[in-house]
Design a protein around this ligand. Sequence first.
Ligand code: ARG
Length: 409
Amino acid sequence: MTRVALAFSGGLDTTVCVPLLEEEYGYDDVIGVTVDVGQPAEEFAEAEETAEALDLDHYVVDAKDEFAQLCLESVRANATYQGYPLGTALARPVIANAILEVAREQDCTGIAHGCTGKGNDQLRFEAVWRDSDLEVIAPVRELGLTREWEQEYAAEKGLPVEGGNEGDWSIDTNLWSRSVEGDDLEDPSYVPSEEIYDWTSPPTGESQEIEIVFEEGYPVAVDGQQYEPVDLIESLNDLAGAYGVGRTDTMEDRMLGLKVRENYEHPAATTLLNAHEALEGLVLTQEEREFKQLIDQRWSKKGYEGLIDAPLVDALESFIDETQTRVTGTVTIRFEGGQARPVARDSEFAAYSAEHASFDTETVGKIEQADATGVAKYHGFQRRLANAVSTADEDDDAVEIATDGSGTE
Ligand code: ARG
């Protein structure tokens, strides 16, 4: 008796995979695994119903805490890829690991996903699964399935596919972001209707300020109330979403090289990322901030690739950990006009001296304005020399041209 574990959402792709794993891949038994990374309740209901109709053994694994923790790690790395805070990307390894665990417990010899051969998710899932010796199966990609073929096949087989209630868009939702792609959105020149949004209201003239407390780079409280990661993210999604914060409409360069038009909503992510960066601006030195941008960018890239367990990421995180020991303090964020704008920051670790920076004081700790005179004389010194030489060259040319009146060589 052979058994295969399938990453199961109850959508069209994964639903047709169930009979195909038996028919085309010869497995005796298929089990479906849905991993909770903060999808809306309807999605679990859909998965549950579809599984029942398919007579599929269905496992639901709650990975919300683990995922939320990873989201907060990403805040410490100021992580975005082309403006997108990596919701889908960061969730995939968490989901893949949870499915692998069930697959092992249930003595599966195969493990399957319903991703197409065009996206990033196939790469992210398989990177995790290929660490095991289970057979990795991607029916949609391997059999070259199209949506049309799947719909016909489902109708023929009487498979339970309602096609969801959100039209023809492909939507991926978790705690950190909601992404919408496909159908009319595939035309980059098309302006999306308000209907694609679910987490964010259109920005209004209203505004609100909130105070976020960070401890060593981790957000821990909002307006004086302590939160666990999942609750913190969920409540900020509600709060900031009401002000239209965190909408992104972008041309995304996927790992395979394809450009895809993506629309995202990520109110909590935008709020936390903006607040965190504002606090770093207060406590880190200029050179730390500059160097950390490189570190953050590499972290983000590994996050986008779904390779968050790469040794490089551990090394990057050692640097991040070191810097975050001082990223403790409070940031005030104002939600206004679709933005989450830092309007105040405060920390006992501020690398800032109001006294020194003030326009109102002349001498502080033996530093006087006049001390800058020498610095000002040397600032741009090499460039002055270099430019003087090249200007002289040009002048020579000018002289030559002017004296070369004959116009012959
Ligand atoms: N392009 C994004 C990524 O690779 C998200 C794609 C998932 N979105 C969707 N609607 N299926 O991380």
